[in-house]
Design a protein around this ligand. Structure first.
Ligand SMILES: [Zn+2]
Length: 245
């Protein structure tokens, strides 16, 4: 019996498509399925795999015992390691998918050894947050969609130029740009604008815009290309109509 219990609690390796997950068997298999789903979304948008990593699932902050000791976390191709406290329930761990989205985007934007000191990657905060929220999946999509619709209906949404120009409410970046005042508005509208760009103009157009910004250009510099509208005002109006539908 004791042997069986130890077996159930020992660390196993589950190879996901994009991440190697280490933890108790049940949570590790669940996490691998969920990182696979998030990875599939990443591939749809970027046309390439995210940077392969190892997720070490923890319980109360510690990895479950590893009977093999010194397990080679990098043996299956992982380039980086991330510790994550496994959710206990059967519900999808959308926070894991969200945070993983931040990390994948950070590697995509800033290379294998990011040195950023600001919130998220060196991309604008609305992109970091919007993309990470996109990784949360379908249930989150319905919640964000409903919230975005209310922002438009109530007239509490930000003008697009303000969203593009503000920084994350928790950012400690030294900048003249203002912090977003309302977390809910910032998160909802960031998700909504990124989701809209993919939905309305396609993944290639969204990727084009992200690549422009990564190269130091502005959103405006990508407009009029890949089927995107010509002005920020047009983009704003089309987003509003999409969000309100
Ligand atoms: Zn986030």
């Amino acid at each position: 019996m004791l042997g069986f219990l130890l077996g159930a609690l020992a660390q196993v390796h589950v190879a996901g498509k994009d991440m190697d997950v280490f933890g108790e068997r049940g949570p590790a298999e669940k996490a691998a399925r969920e990182t696979d789903a998030a990875g599939a979304r990443f591939r749809e948008i970027f046309g390439a795999a995210p940077r392969r990593g190892a997720v070490i699932l923890t319980r109360e902050g510690r990895p479950v015992p590893d009977r093999d000791k010194d397990r080679a976390y990098f043996a299956h191709g992982a380039k980086w390691i991330w510790r994550w406290e496994a959710g206990r329930g059967a519900e999808p761990d959308t926070t894991m998918a969200h945070e993983l989205g931040h990390l994948w985007l950070l590697f995509w934007a800033d290379g294998p050894e990011p040195k950023t000191r600001q919130y998220g990657s060196t991309l604008p905060d609305w992109i970091d947050e919007g993309f990470a929220s996109l990784m949360e999946g379908e249930t989150a999509r319905r919640l964000y969609s409903g919230a975005a619709k209310r922002l438009v209906r109530d007239g509490t949404r930000l003008p697009l130029a303000d969203l593009l120009g503000c920084i994350h409410p928790d950012s400690r970046e030294k900048t003249d740009r203002p912090k977003a005042k309302d977390r809910l508005v910032f998160y909802t509208q960031s998700w909504s604008v990124v989701a809209f760009l993919e939905d309305r103009y396609g993944a290639a157009a969204l990727r084009h815009l992200l690549e422009k910004i990564r190269s130091g250009k502005r959103v405006e510099d990508a407009l009029g290309e890949k089927g995107l509208p010509k002005t920020l005002g047009d983009l704003d109006a089309e987003w509003e109509a999409w969000a309100a539908r």
